[in-house]
Design a protein around this ligand. Structure first.
Ligand SMILES: Cc1cc2nc3c(=O)[nH]c(=O)nc-3n(C[C@H](O)[C@H](O)[C@H](O)COP(=O)(O)O)c2cc1C
Length: 218
């Protein structure tokens, strides 16, 4: 059976990125069943930020009780990534980048030789599909005046795509603040169109991954 690792990272209850992930799950769950999903809500249950014990256990075997507890957490997170045939991450843009809870999850999950490749030609997670669903209050699309301020989407492309080797599809809902009433009617219209397009693209992406082969399957 194909397995999905689903990560939500918005602190908002009324979250656009979470709603896009929910749309993906409608399609995935129908095909594979909800029990094929490992779910982490990083806002509700944050992964701790790296502390001195966690920095040690990223590189060396644990030597103390505290380090053994940290190593066990890292092992669990690594196990979830390695077991997942597909990755789904929903991401709000906070202060021009990813939320700190998502960064903490990455920091504890990317372990050299386990998930992070020693050798760029052999990537443990390489080739698996990762769907990244982003909600931005403003607009930072390619060629726009503020595109260079986006340290959220390019960062995730670098880490998930270039470094880990995932086949990344990124779908973005733009101008969500205007969509929530904090902009002109023209901006609100653009926000509505962007959200509708994002929802449609998410449905297409999830449907395209139907019947995704399980890890190790040909
Ligand atoms: C703490 C915080 C920081 C934000 N920073 C930015 C930002 O730098 N650029 C931007 O366009 N929108 C910013 N926003 C707006 C969010 O990107 C927008 O509300 C988005 O829809 C959040 O995703 P969500 O709806 O999934 O929670 C910020 C919102 C919050 C709560």
């Amino acid at each position: 059976m194909a397995r999905l690792l689903h990560i939500d990272s918005s602190s908002s209850k009324d979250s656009v990125s979470r709603s896009l992930a929910a749309r993906y799950r409608e399609v995935w769950d129908k095909e594979h069943g909800a029990d094929s999903v490992t779910y982490r809500d990083l806002a509700a249950e944050p992964v701790p930020h790296l502390d001195p014990d966690a920095v040690v256990t990223l590189w060396a075997p644990p030597a103390t009780e505290a380090q053994r507890a940290t190593a066990a957490l890292q092992e669990r997170l690594v196990g979830e990534l390695l077991a997942a045939d597909a990755l789904l991450i929903s991401v709000p843009m906070y202060n021009w980048t990813i939320p700190s809870v998502l960064k903490a999850w990455l920091d504890q999950s990317l372990i050299l030789g386990r998930t992070l490749p020693y050798d760029p030609s052999s990537k443990p997670l390489g080739g698996r599909p990762a769907t990244v669903l982003v909600a931005c209050g403003g607009f930072y699309g390619e060629g726009s005046p503020d595109a260079g301020m986006d340290h959220c989407r390019p960062y995730l492309r670098t880490v998930l795509g270039q470094v880990l080797g995932y086949e990344v599809e990124m779908i973005t809902a733009w101008r969500t603040l205007a969509g929530a009433g904090a902009g002109s009617p023209e901006e609100a219209e653009l926000a509505g169109a962007s959200l509708r397009e994002a929802r449609e693209l998410v449905g297409v992406r999830a449907a395209a991954l139907r019947g995704a082969p399980a890890v190790g399957a040909v």
